[in-house]
Design a protein around this ligand. Structure first.
Ligand code: S3P
Length: 447
């Protein structure tokens, strides 16, 4: 919800070796989709391993407001869906808190049903662009009116007689792609979405699992996804895999902290999500995949990360950007401990996340003695090598969970402690971050 409490300043100091097992929570992207698709199926969907972060809990609340039943029975989230086109009109404003994924997917899911919904969020979400979603939704016949610049709060009037759409997504965004596909569910005929760069494909995989007719073709024009509208979605039993974007934090912390050896079990390595780990290995990280297996149709492995004193800066392959888009902040922290420059290009999307992540990281890294150069869609971190990153600075989290966690990781390897002005947002995606990192040996205190 948008009502954040008082800021929670946190200080992260150099610690001994990090060691042990890091059981990170469920995948945020898959958790949102499980609730939304469960609500659009007919019957009872059962979800284990759901991420109980604020973002996902806001989506669960929203689904109840749209008429689905969502309840927790022991460790299982049970969703009684209302079927495609079956959403009721909520009688109050839908507050998506901090979650761009939540609001954009919900907009898509309701866009082709004859209901009106007003969406809002916290100060971060209300500053983010929504036209990227409402523009394609308008092609179905959905109307929207929000604040200037396509910002929340915003009301969408769902199309009573939706028409199917053919849409090429202009930026690499799984949220936009997914919003169009979810809207296509209640349009008659075939909705076609084309993306030039492959972004995370959880929506496509899960729609197939729920029984929709959906095909994906790699063509010269890009990835062409074709969905046949108005299916009856079959309820599913879903085991949410653990989140590679959360795994990134204990993995990166172990790489920069002397003597560390951390095991992060059961991490999804879907190629549309695992770009960070490939990049870290190219930088010379001692990061291995153990016990590689397939679970629920997804490649999964236990990640073993050990202290890596000889990291090298690299030019990160820009074609990999979409598969590691949420991981650039923590990658820039690792880059500070490498020898030489780490060059990150083709990352304009970082400027419209929960915060402008290039600006937020550049300012915080500079405050801790690390040189950063930046342009609109690129940035370069000049590494200082292990044992040479001064620290001692204060960083602004800007209501961005990944910025807060990245700077806490930074402090684990710097000479002087790093202060983060507000660790409160961490609960949006990784509510057990503090106790989990402490159990590995991290020294995080609340100021
Ligand atoms: C997400 C897509 C990405 C990512 C976000 C989750 C999703 O956003 O940054 O954390 O679950 O679809 P964009 O679609 O804006 O790239």
């Amino acid at each position: 919800m948008s009502s954040h409490g008082a800021p929670i300043p946190m200080i992260s100091a150099k610690c001994g070796p990090l060691s042990g097992i890091a059981d990170v929570p469920g995948d945020k992207s898959i958790s949102h989709r499980s609730l939304i698709l469960g609500a659009m199926a007919v019957g009872e969907t059962r979800i284990t391993g759901l991420l109980e972060g604020d973002d996902v809990l806001d989506t669960a609340r929203a689904m109840r407001s749209f008429g689905a039943e969502v309840e927790k029975v022991a460790d299982v989230y049970v969703v009684h869906g209302v079927g495609v086109g079956g959403f009721a009109e909520p009688d109050h404003v839908i507050d998506c808190g901090n979650s761009g994924t939540g609001v954009r997917l919900l907009m898509g899911a309701m866009a082709t049903t004859d209901i009106s919904v007003t969406f809002t969020g916290d100060a971060s979400l209300n500053g983010r662009p929504m036209a990227r979603v409402t523009d394609p939704l308008a092609l179905f016949g959905t109307q929207s009116v929000g604040r200037r610049g396509g910002r929340l709060p915003m009301t969408l009037v769902g199309a009573a007689d939706p028409i199917p759409v053919r849409y090429t997504v202009p930026m690499p965004s799984a949220q936009v792609k997914s919003a169009v596909l979810l809207a296509g569910l209640n349009a008659p005929g075939k909705t076609v979405v084309i993306e030039h760069e492959a972004t995370r494909d959880h929506t496509e995989r899960m729609l197939k699992g729920f029984g929709a007719e959906i095909t994906v073709e790699d063509t010269d024009a890009g990835r062409v996804i074709t969905l046949t509208g108005q299916p009856e979605l079959r309820p599913q039993t879903i085991a949410v895999p653990r989140d590679p974007s959360s795994a990134a934090f204990p993995v990166c912390a172990a790489l920069i902290t002397e003597g560390s050896d951390v095991l992060v079990p059961g991490i999804g390595l879907n190629p549309t999500r695992a770009g960070l780990f490939t990049t870290l290995r190219e930088m010379g990280a001692d990061l291995t995949y153990e016990n590689e297996r397939t679970e629920g149709g997804e490649p999964v492995a236990d990640l073993r990360a050990r202290f890596s004193p000889n990291l090298k800066g690299i030019e990160v392959d820009p074609t990999r950007a979409a598969s590691m888009i949420d991981e650039y902040p923590v990658l820039s922290v690792v880059a500070a401990f490498a020898e030489g420059q780490t060059v990150m290009r083709g990352v304009k999307e970082l400027r419209v996340k929960e915060s402008d992540r290039i600006d937020a990281m550049a300012k915080g890294l500079r405050a801790n003695g690390v040189e950063v150069d930046e342009g609109e869609d690129w940035w370069i971190v000049t590494g200082r090598g292990h044992g040479n990153v001064p620290g001692g600075g204060t960083c602004a989290a800007r209501l961005d969970h990944r910025i807060a966690m990245s700077f806490i990781v930074l402090g684990m390897g710097t000479e002087a402690p790093v202060t983060v002005d507000d660790g409160g947002p961490i609960t949006t995606s990784f509510p057990i971050f503090e106790p989990l990192m402490a159990s590995l040996g991290a020294k995080i205190t609340r100021a």
